[in-house]
Ligand binder design. Structure first.
Ligand code: AMP
Ligand code: GLY
Length: 432
């Protein structure tokens, strides 16, 4: 198959890598790709958000399939454009991507479909929003409606913090139009996990569960990041919970979107909160509640989940894109995988770029897989070009083995200011 992958981070490297391992001789292109992707695919110098540029490339090159990685081009309607010129595309149309692009819309869909989630109210008026706080208790969660690069959510421990967050969004316009509406939301107690469901708009197949680590420092301390590591499976999700997650969360959303005229084809990513034994049960009465939906593969979850898939990945993606997905399209191999993000010192704040990375082939020689997130080729050298630089994935029969393999490989890599968490998968290990 001739396939174009849109994007240029660790997630897209993992998608390209997994496609290359189908062993079906695909010809793979990636726009814009990165220094790692360039080793296994042809990079196309078109930005992931350049909708016109990508549509032109697709018109000229007629790929059999386009796979869209990041949310921004989905929300901008890239898939709508590609479908209109007859190119099969994996990823939802703009009307479906709203489930990630607008938290208000996501709540509306969940309410209409009876999906368990935190109770929420939507406000444009700061006075009304503050008046509503009393009805929610503490902690309480304040969210900007739109895409705010992961920064539009405040878990407030005090009324003062909640009021300040409301003022930031509705009065100071800190997030621009993304914060023109805010949600005041019930705090959900528990442990988070990610369920990536592949859907063709009619049916859905769950990929293996995973958990990411959003905070920058060990012990889940410090500011939120795009994700500092991930592992799969996540033991907080038991096998017994999976059918219920499919029937009570994923399928009702797919059906509700279809009822509204949207065939949602791609990944529906459910960020879930699982309430522990003895934890505070949510008003929904369910132990598993939706924190958020994303309209795409998670990053870094993808780097831990895709190595666990067998079979033909391209066939699964094409079947989802063309409305004929089957359970058998997703083959899960036994074992586990863990991913450690190697970041630039200072991230998620400001950080230096252009630092030479050494030890990449040594790291791969350990048997781990090194996915590039923010790198650039500079002559013969590979240099840093982002906050998250590399995603290093180890696989193993047990999670301990996978984590040890990932860290053994990370130990061979170095660059000026390199930083990574040392406790990936700690929640799984704490369970014993
Ligand atoms: P979101 O962008 O909606 O995923 O929110 C970012 C993070 O905020 C989540 O990963 C959670 O850790 C936290 N969060 C969001 N909503 C809630 C909630 N209702 N209760 C507890 N934590 C939440
Ligand atoms: N790892 C979180 C996300 O992809 O949104």
């Amino acid at each position: 198959m001739k396939i174009l992958v849109v994007g240029g981070g660790g997630r897209e490297h993992a998608i390209v890598w997994r496609l290359s391992r189908d062993g079906e001789g695909h010809s793979i292109f990636c726009a814009p790709g990165n220094a790692g992707i360039a080793g296994i695919a042809t990079c196309v110098p078109v930005g992931a958000e350049d909708v016109d540029g990508i549509v032109k490339w697709a018109r000229d090159n007629r790929p059999d399939l386009v796979v869209v990685g990041p949310e921004a081009p989905l929300v901008k309607g890239l898939v709508d454009e590609l479908l209109s010129i007859g190119v099969p595309t994996f990823g939802p149309v703009a009307a479906g991507a709203r489930i990630e692009g607008s938290k208000r819309f996501a709540k509306e869909i969940m309410q209409a479909a009876g999906v368990p989630t935190g109770r929420a109210e939507v406000f444009t008026d700061p006075v009304a929003a503050k008046a509503a706080l009393a009805g929610f208790g503490l902690p309480v969660v304040i969210k900007a409606d739109g895409l705010a690069a992961g920064k539009g959510v405040v878990v407030a421990e005090t009324v003062e913090q909640a009021e300040a967050a409301i003022d930031d969004m509705l009065v100071a316009n800190k997030f621009g139009s993304a914060g023109a509406e805010v949600l005041v939301e019930e705090f959900l107690d528990g442990e988070e996990c990610s369920i990536l469901a592949m859907t063709d708009g009619e049916t859905a197949v769950l990929l293996p569960s995973s958990q990411d680590h959003k905070r920058i420092f060990d012990g889940d301390k410090g500011p939120n990041t795009g994700g500092m590591g991930a592992y799969s499976p996540a033991p907080v999700v038991t096998e017994a919970m999976l059918p219920e997650i499919r029937e009570r969360i994923i399928m009702p959303v797919v059906r509700e979107l279809k009822r509204r005229g949207t065939a949602y084809r791609g990944i529906l990513y459910a960020g879930l909160m699982v309430t522990p034994e003895g934890g505070k049960v949510a008003l929904s009465g369910s132990k598993v509640n939706v924190v958020e939906f994303n309209a795409r593969f998670g990053d870094p979850e993808t780097e831990a989940v895709l190595p666990r898939l067998g079979g033909s990945f391209a066939t699964a993606l094409l079947h989802a894109a063309t409305g004929c997905l089957k359970d058998e399209d997703i083959v899960v191999k036994p074992g586990t995988a863990a991913t450690v993000i190697v970041a630039s010192g200072g991230y998620p704040g400001s950080y230096a770029k252009g630092k030479e990375i050494s030890g990449l082939s040594d790291a791969e020689a350990t048997g781990a897989t090194v996915f590039h997130c923010g790198t650039k080729a500079d002559g013969e050298k590979v240099v840093t070009s982002g906050g998250r630089v590399l995603s290093v994935t180890g696989e193993g029969a047990t999670l301990r083995e996978a984590v040890d393999r990932a860290y053994a490989a990370v130990g061979r890599i170095s660059f000026d200011g390199m930083f990574y968490r040392r406790d990936i998968a700690h929640r799984a290990f704490e369970r014993g």
